[in-house]
Design a protein around this ligand. Structure first.
Ligand code: HEM
Length: 532
């Protein structure tokens, strides 16, 4: 079976002769690149040395802005193959035929640190997948934990400003242990569920090959008749979920800051291709309000006891990129890159992401033509009325680039449902314009408590140790104390154990009152360490 993405890339690479004599950008042969043109052996360099100027100018412009978050990453190509047709709930073409392999590019990342930071820091990991489908690109831009820190995207700049190095001294650059993050967490208890995952061993994965991935938000599948089904996406690694212990993670940072990146690269080079199973939790639209949390709240997961994960296909990564900058650095994922059969919900975090990714990439990748870059280019045909702009590499022909037009050329919008066009799911929405969080988003503690309660004793100890390490570095004692107070609303024993290790008084009360709110979550549900 041919890999359409690989063929497309080979055509690009044919434009870069692998060998041959040195030339300028204009193709003029260069026979001497070690000395600049100058007046006399010890005189000034001449402006007319166009080779010198071109070489230096290009070098001076080699860097682009790093991603505002998820700056450090590693990527690989591969394919996705469904186990069977998913036509019963989605019309997405790449989920129909078990004989069809869809090319993918995956980028794994850390969130907080800059491009050159260490791999094995305590952090959430990004798990972003671009499917090059026959209907256009579909991006599943997920993380390695199933919940996020905030409920509404308007808080994202606040959250990231608190998480990133502090602006006056750019410290800390690779870890989460600092005053501003914990100040934010203690004042914004919706962060607590994700914080529990961050303090667990999940946040120091042994290998990208041993990490789960989650779409986090509730999305929507749409079938050929236009019927919707809510869906949560899960990636489960064939190798099972494995973590480092904290001492190992710290040692790796010193001995090999590229620990996770090297592991992925070497495994693929050795033919030991990593593999994940894609699973979905499906919720009929009529069950939207059947849970004691809101499906639109990204700080909550759906317990697998309530809605089991149904395996629908597998992904194999079998090819390393040719060039890190061209591919891993310039890849542009976007939650709004959808194909027919997959749609959003009104999750206010997801809605914000749908704005943010394209916006940031316009800056990061220098204008509106980055979809033409080899790694971003769909294998599906692209015909638009977009024209010009920086780095335009398509030579559009003809006089018309608008619709309607009576002169021919241009790209008319295709008519008729059969033409395979994207149709947004039809949903009735009613309401007054308000700036207010739904009451159904109010419970910040139950699932954080369930996570804690699902841990074994040694896992609980690792979590306590992580809190002590991180909070023990916080200079403001008021922030330490307030964090312990909010932790007490998750679990009294946890809060007391943390307080004892960081020199603050035990919290006034220890809440164990959340345990009965939802069905107990099993180890599989929360720890997800069942390999496939
Ligand atoms: C990267 C924004 C929440 C996963 C990014 C980038 C931005 C961003 C601006 C950099 C993109 C680029 O330069 O190409 C936001 C906003 C969020 C949000 C505004 C909330 C409102 C999330 C959530 C997840 C997530 C909930 C996971 C479910 C990722 C991943 C990347 C990323 C995996 C790296 C993509 C790559 O490898 O290139 N995000 N994000 N983000 N985000 Fe988010």
């Amino acid at each position: 079976m041919t890999d359409a993405k690989r063929t497309q890339q080979e055509n690009y690479q044919a434009q870069d002769p692998a060998s041959g004599p040195l030339t300028t950008d204009q193709g003029v042969a260069v026979d001497h690149t070690d000395d600049s043109l100058r007046v006399g052996e010890r005189g000034p360099t001449l402006l007319e040395d166009f080779h010198f100027r071109e070489k230096l100018t290009h070098f001076d412009h080699e860097r682009i802005p790093e991603r505002v978050v998820h700056a450090r990453g590693a990527g690989a190509y591969g394919y996705f193959q469904p186990y069977e047709s998913c036509a019963a709930f989605t019309q997405a073409a790449f989920l129909q035929d078990p004989d069809v392999k869809t090319p993918v590019f995956v980028r794994f990342s850390t969130v907080q640190g800059p491009r050159g930071s260490a791999d094995t820091v305590r952090d959430i990991r990004g798990f972003a997948t671009k499917f090059y489908t026959s209907q256009g690109n579909y991006d599943l831009v997920g993380n390695n934990v199933p919940v996020f820190f905030i409920q509404d995207g308007i808080k994202f700049p606040d959250f990231v400003h608190a998480l990133k190095p502090e602006p006056h001294n750019e410290i800390p650059t690779g870890a989460s242990a600092h005053d501003t993050l914990w100040d934010f967490v203690s004042l914004q208890p919706e962060t607590l569920h994700a914080i529990m995952w961050l303090m667990s061993d999940r946040a120091i994965p042994r290998s990208f090959r041993m990490m789960q991935g989650f779409g986090v938000h509730t999305f929507r599948f749409v079938d050929a008749e236009g019927n919707g089904t809510f869906v949560k996406f899960h990636w489960k690694p064939r190798l099972g979920v494995r973590s480092l212990v904290w001492d190992e993670a710290q040692e790796c940072q010193g001995r090999d800051p590229d620990f996770n990146r090297r592991d992925l690269w070497q495994a693929i080079e050795a033919g030991d291709f990593p593999e994940w199973e894609l699973g979905v939790q499906l919720v009929p639209e009529e069950d939207e309000f059947a849970f004691d949390f809101d499906l639109l709240d990204a700080t909550k997961l759906i317990p697998e006891e309530l809605v089991p994960v149904r395996p629908i296909g597998r992904m194999v990564l079998d090819r390393n990129p040719e060039n890190f900058f061209a591919e891993t650095e310039q890849v542009a994922f976007h939650t709004a890159n959808l194909v027919p059969g997959i749609d959003f919900t009104n999750d206010p975090l997801l809605q914000a992401r749908n704005f943010s990714y394209l916006d940031t990439q316009l800056l990061r990748l220098g204008g509106p033509n980055f979809a033409q870059l080899p790694v971003n280019r769909p294998v599906a045909p692209v015909r638009t009325n977009h024209r010009d702009g920086p780095h335009q590499s398509v030579v559009h022909s003809g006089a018309t680039s608008y619709t309607p037009n009576s002169l021919g050329g241009g790209c008319p919008a295709i008519a008729g449902a059969d033409a395979g066009a994207y149709r947004h799911h039809v949903e009735r929405v009613d309401g007054e314009t308000i700036r207010r969080r739904s009451a159904s988003f109010q419970d910040h503690y139950s699932q954080a408590a369930l996570f804690w309660n699902s841990m074994s004793d040694w896992e609980k100890q690792h979590i306590v140790d992580a809190f002590r390490f991180e909070l023990g570095k916080v200079e403001a004692m008021s922030v330490r104390a307030r964090t312990v107070e909010v932790l007490a609303s998750v679990d009294g024993t946890l809060a007391r154990a943390v307080a004892e290790g960081i020199g603050v008084p035990a919290p006034r009360q220890g809440a164990d009152h959340h345990k009965g709110n939802s069905p107990a979550l099993s180890q599989e549900s929360l720890r997800g360490d069942g390999s496939i």
